[in-house]
Design a protein around this ligand. Structure first.
Ligand code: KIV
Length: 274
């Protein structure tokens, strides 16, 4: 998949997007035919056990993006720019975006909306790097937008989000993530712009949907946002497997003969003889 193919899907069929942070999961997500794989900075919360996405930087993101890239054959691979790579250091934004492409093999980067967003987005796109926008609940600046809650609930706030989406389209973004918007506002934005909207907690009318893979798999238990649907309970599966291993080792049931290697009796005798 490339960004042109993603744009062409608008009004044809829904677009699917998931996060991945390592090789085995990326391989499976790709094999399942998901259109876009995002190496999200949600890495901080769901993989590294940190409190905030602002606590990951370029070294962690590149390390995981490289692993994900090894598992991706068909999906569009998008690297999520960490807070320090563009919001804290706008002057380094382009160089950091280039690192996702050159070092990690990503085809595009994603930026969350912030005060300087349009200028930074324009600079990256003009250098030839496709950008996915992200508006609404922007976790990197959650403290500035009233916390982790639905955005655009009154006309003024909704109008601001519609304007942001239009501005990002004008700058040349190939798609925009809409996080935690009322479904009617997400629908309005989706109809107003020609590039695809990818919703998370923003209702059914977006052009596509994204979830954090660990949420979908039931592999992150610290908290579960309202918009998450768990399609599996991997925490339960893993816990049961690990407890079974522990019990079988304690009860001397594992390893069984089929998991062990043997030596011929005559060779053993030679050792006993010496
Ligand atoms: O970091 C992330 O996982 C994201 C998705 C929720 C869109 O930005």
């Amino acid at each position: 998949m490339n960004t042109v193919e993603i744009i062409a899907l608008k009004n044809k069929r829904k677009i699917t997007m998931l996060t991945a942070y390592d090789y085995p999961i990326a391989s499976l997500v790709d094999k399942a035919g998901i259109d876009i794989i995002l190496v999200g900075d949600s890495l901080a919360n769901v993989v590294l056990g940190l409190e905030s996405t602002t606590q990951v930087g370029m070294p962690e993101m590149l390390h995981h993006a490289k692993a994900v890239n090894r598992g991706v054959k068909n999906a569009l691979l998008v690297g999520d720019m960490p807070y320090s790579a563009y919001q804290l250091n706008p002057d380094e934004s382009l160089a950091n975006a280039q690192r996702f492409i050159v070092e990690a093999g990503c085809q595009a980067v994603k930026l969350e909306w912030f005060d300087n967003c349009l200028q930074v987005t324009e600079q990256i796109i003009q250098a030839g790097i496709p950008v996915m926008g992200h508006i609404g609940l922007t976790p990197q600046t959650a403290d500035k937008i009233g916390g982790f809650k639905c955005q655009g609930k009154d006309a003024q706030a909704a109008k601001r989000l519609i304007d942001q989406a239009k501005e990002l389209e004008k700058k040349g973004c190939f798609a925009i993530v809409l996080e935690c918007l009322p479904d009617k506002i997400a629908e309005l934005i989706t109809k107003e712009i020609k590039i695809p909207t990818i919703g998370i907690g923003s209702g059914i009318h977006c052009d596509g949907q994204v979830l954090v893979i660990n949420d979908l798999l039931g592999l992150f238990e610290r908290y579960t946002p309202k918009f998450v649907k768990k399609y599996a309970n991997l925490s339960g599966v893993i816990l049961e497997a690990v407890e079974n291993f522990k019990n079988e080792v304690l009860q001397e049931k594992f390893p069984a003969p089929e998991h062990s290697f043997t030596i011929k009796e005559e060779e053993l005798k030679k050792i006993h003889g010496c």
